[in-house]
Design a protein around this ligand. Structure first.
Ligand code: FES
Length: 281
């Protein structure tokens, strides 16, 4: 069993948990994820690792209620436990294996959307701990849904916040901030990392393609086994079929077929609706 040490509500439908998982905490790197299962009948839920502490043997997960399973998960409290936490799964972010001196000369821009701020945080933190301060754009629907602001501010070179409704800092989409930084302020970046809702990543990639800015995205399709066997997380990247769980989750954003990925994500909507109704019975 994997004990929950802390359970906190960060925003409407967004929760953070510190979970005792010493082997995962010892081995994980930014970019990787875990699959958690609450109990015998629980669904397998893939979650990015938001933070880890190798000494205390804990990992931090952040999740949003998107269906019946995450709804049940949100009810767990400190002292409860997950039956399974499997990981680390997937591949670490590319920069983790790059030469630090080469990396120090790279200008990196991170773009986080909504709950995508959680997987961006450990990447920016890792770079900061290695003497590299990246620029970070965080977009949220409104001020209340903005998460991890203080944590991100502590590790980012520059933090640019934007909200869809203008309730905090500035109004507008993350793409408008990218345009401002690159076209108005003349900032030059070597690579952009965008993580958030698929629709956001799609539009960031359309823009960065125009700007000739190489872009990495982290894909979060439906997953079942997380080991490349079931095919649920299939994506088309360029003219190749890839599995997000074993080939990713990070891919060249300019090659990902987002329209197909979003269509596949819709496939389970009806079953999910039925499961939610059952939960309310
Ligand atoms: Fe089954 Fe990726 S989750 S192949």
């Amino acid at each position: 069993m994997f004990k929950i040490l802390k359970a906190e509500k960060l925003a409407d439908k967004i929760y953070l948990m510190d979970v005792e998982a010493p082997r995962v905490a010892r081995a994980c790197e930014p970019g990787e994820f875990v699959i958690v299962k609450m109990d015998e009948i629980g669904e397998r839920i893939p979650l990015t690792i938001c933070d880890y502490d190798r000494e205390t043997g804990t990992i931090t997960i952040v999740f949003q209620i998107v269906g019946a399973s995450t709804q049940r998960m949100a009810e767990l409290q400190a002292g409860d436990a997950f039956q399974d936490v499997v990981g680390p799964l997937g591949n670490p972010s590319e920069f983790v294996s790059e030469d630090i001196e080469v990396l120090k000369n790279k200008k990196m821009l991170f773009v986080a959307g909504g709950v995508g701020t959680a997987p961006v945080y450990p990447q920016v933190k890792w770079l900061h701990e290695h003497g590299i301060d990246a620029d970070v754009i965080v977009g949220a629907k409104n001020h209340d849904l903005l998460i991890l602001e203080e944590q991100m501010r502590a590790v980012a070179g520059n933090l640019y916040i934007t909200t869809d409704d203008g309730s905090y800092v500035r109004k507008g989409m993350v793409t408008e901030v990218i345009k401002d930084l690159v076209q108005e302020q003349g900032k030059q970046y070597d690579v952009c990392v965008a993580i958030g809702p698929m629709i956001m990543m799609k539009f960031v990639c359309l823009l960065t393609k125009e700007l000739n800015l190489p872009t990495i995205v982290s894909m979060n399709p439906i997953m079942v086994d997380g080991t490349g066997m079931c095919g649920a997380c299939r994506l088309t990247v360029g003219d190749e079929v890839k599995f997000a769980c074993v080939d990713g989750p990070e891919f060249d954003g300019h090659l990902v077929n987002f329209d197909e990925a979003m269509k596949r994500q819709q496939m389970y909507k009806t079953q999910e609706g039925r499961a939610m109704l059952k939960l309310q019975e």
